[in-house]
Design a protein. Structure first.
Length: 270
């Protein structure tokens, strides 16, 4: 619970059998998390047994993909504040407090793993991943005139319920590039957000994506193509029109380019 608001953490899991139990217990130990939802996305055998007895709620999503797992978690969560995280040991439960503190002022809080002082020994944040994520983040910042961005790939994120509800109908990607679409929809809906440095530690086991440089490079290319499709108007599924009163109307004739420097959605301004 935070400021009389319920807090839930969503853990999508595929290959985190060796770490998920300890991570769940660490997040509950903060005393700030009311519910943990584990989305079993065809996870490794024995994962369910590791979740049992932790107090977390396990649900199942057979459609493979990071986006599919998170969308399932969103649709099965009713908390006032929702945090996305990974159960692989890379994130510190301690950082929940930092995310929540910033949520008092803004409806969306992103973590960044690119601050050198917060990168632990053994963390998978070599030059390629660090500067690749930084470069794409800066491209987004320049194209859309956003707040400061330094890590487009960080998956530790917080959403107030009303912000998540606003963008949920337009989240459609099943795979690993779901994260950039999430960011693009936040920008498209002009929802204020901030990025803060978080601890990034060594992963238990090997990532199926970032553990392979070829796959990481391919994912980076997907991210860039998706971002450009939003900026230059060929993403195509709907058009958001903004009015002086801060409300939106939706035109399904097709999406235009997102105007840079657009004012944030007034629903969320303090």
């Amino acid at each position: 619970m935070w400021q009389d608001k319920t807090v839930a953490v969503i853990f999508p899991t595929y290959n985190e059998k060796g770490s998920i139990r300890a991570v769940i217990l660490d997040f509950f130990a903060t005393g700030l998390v009311d519910e943990i939802i584990v989305v079993n996305n065809n996870a490794a055998a024995g994962t369910s047994e590791e979740v049992q007895g932790t107090g977390a709620r396990e649900i199942f999503e057979p459609r493979q993909g990071y986006g599919s797992a998170l969308l399932c978690g969103i649709d099965n969560c009713s908390a006032d504040i929702v945090i996305f995280a990974e159960p692989d040991g890379t994130f510190s439960a301690h950082d929940v407090l930092k995310l929540l503190a910033y949520s008092d002022d803004l409806p969306i809080v992103f973590g960044t793993r690119t601050s050198r002082e917060f990168i632990w020994q053994g963390a998978n944040m070599g030059r390629f991943l660090k500067w690749g994520n930084w470069s794409v983040a800066k491209m987004v910042e320049a194209l859309f005139d956003t707040t400061i961005l330094t890590d487009v790939g960080c998956t530790l994120r917080l959403f107030r319920r009303e912000a998540l509800a606003l963008i949920r109908p337009d989240l459609t990607i099943d795979g690993s590039h779901f994260g950039p679409q999430l960011l693009m929809e936040i920008i498209a809906h002009r929802i204020p957000f901030v990025e803060i440095p978080i601890n990034y530690m060594s992963r238990v086991g090997k990532s199926s994506v970032t553990g392979d440089l070829r796959k990481a490079f391919a994912l980076g290319c997907q991210m860039i193509c998706l971002i450009l499709s939003y900026r230059f108007g060929f993403h195509g599924h709907r058009r958001v029109m903004w009015h002086a009163n801060g409300r939106a109307s939706v035109n399904y004739a097709g999406r235009p380019a997102i105007a840079s420097g657009s004012p944030p959605h007034r629903l969320f301004l303090p």
